[in-house]
Ligand binder design. Structure first.
Ligand SMILES: Nc1ncnc2c1ncn2[C@@H]1O[C@H](COP(=O)(O)OP(=O)(O)O)[C@@H](O)[C@H]1O
Ligand SMILES: [Mg+2]
Length: 278
């Protein structure tokens, strides 16, 4: 865990960090090599790039296993549109979750909405792979911000290109379910309070708005809510931050309404979060 702690505590200048994580020598070399073999290999390359395990990702994963924090990949937890999540083990035999973003052009287009306008990202790469790497590092940084202020998010462990390693939430090989799939969550009032406090602290202490908060992105573990999928979260200064905040609050109210909780003070709560007088 020592290496992991160092990773988290390391003070990083946002932009330096991004630049160095995106532009790797390997990548540059790969691009030149790829150009050379473009003709013969075109369809093969295309098929590979469309899956999560394109050549570069396999190469990086191997590096993470040979001389990085990972020991082995155990199996798939979730296959999504933008990313797959795997259960893996670190060198000490602890479970970790590995989220691998797909290097995909369509995904990168959708991502722009959340990147443009975020003051942390001044240079936006045109290259699809680099944009996805930026996105993955955004999730890592958002997790780090939230984790540092004590919020219930998986602890970020490591980021390399499109591969994010974080604390695994689950018991043994069974990952925690998303809230949506839990039939009768316990202490609903308390759970609702916890989610509302998360929204507020994320805004006020971590200066972030989740942007995709709902029962689909909350894990239910030991009767508590753990908040995940924070890649699209934007800085509070983002021009759309307040729209995203209203949407997040509304999603949560809708979900808890179905469980029998009545909450009619969306507006009041919204102003409380952004800390302005009504
Ligand atoms: N740290 C984690 N521990 C255990 N399971 C996780 C973890 N992070 C994600 N998952 C699982 O993977 C699924 C997809 O992860 P998520 O970050 O929501 O990506 P996306 O929705 O973009 O595919 C989640 O619904 C959850 O089941
Ligand atoms: Mg999700």
């Amino acid at each position: 865990m020592k290496e992991q702690e160092d990773d988290i505590n390391k003070e990083d200048n946002d932009e330096d960090y991004l630049e160095s994580s995106i532009i790797t020598d390997d990548l540059e070399k790969n691009t030149i090599d790829r150009r050379r073999i473009k003709k013969e290999n075109f369809s093969k390359k295309r098929a590979a790039v469309e899956s999560v395990f394109d050549e570069r990702t396999v190469f990086q994963l191997n590096k993470l296993i040979i001389n990085g924090p990972l020991d082995k990949i155990e199996g798939l937890i979730s296959a999504g549109k933008e990313a797959n999540v795997y259960l893996a083990y670190d060198r000490k035999g602890n479970e970790v979750a590995v989220k691998i973003y797909k290097i995909d052009r369509n995904t990168s287009k959708w991502m722009m909405k959340y990147i443009i306008g975020d003051r942390r990202f001044k240079k936006i790469p045109k290259n699809v792979a680099k944009l996805i790497f930026l996105w993955a590092s955004k999730e890592y940084k958002n997790l780090k911000r939230a984790y540092k202020v004590g919020l219930n998010v998986p602890k970020p462990i490591h980021i390399k290109n499109n591969i994010l390693i974080m604390q695994y939430i689950g018991s043994g090989k069974t990952p925690a379910p998303i809230l949506k799939d839990v039939k009768n969550p316990k202490n609903i009032d308390e759970l609702f309070q916890d989610v509302m406090v998360f929204i507020k602290k994320l805004y006020q202490k971590a200066n972030l708005v989740h942007g995709d908060l709902s029962e689909f992105n909350i894990l239910y573990h030991n009767d508590k809510a753990i908040f995940i999928d924070i890649s699209q979260a934007v800085d509070v200064q983002h021009p759309k931050a307040e729209d995203f905040l209203v949407r997040d609050i509304q999603n949560i109210i809708n979900y808890f309404n179905k469980l029998g909780i009545t909450f009619t003070e969306l507006e009041k709560f919204y102003y409380e979060v952004i800390n302005k007088e009504v």
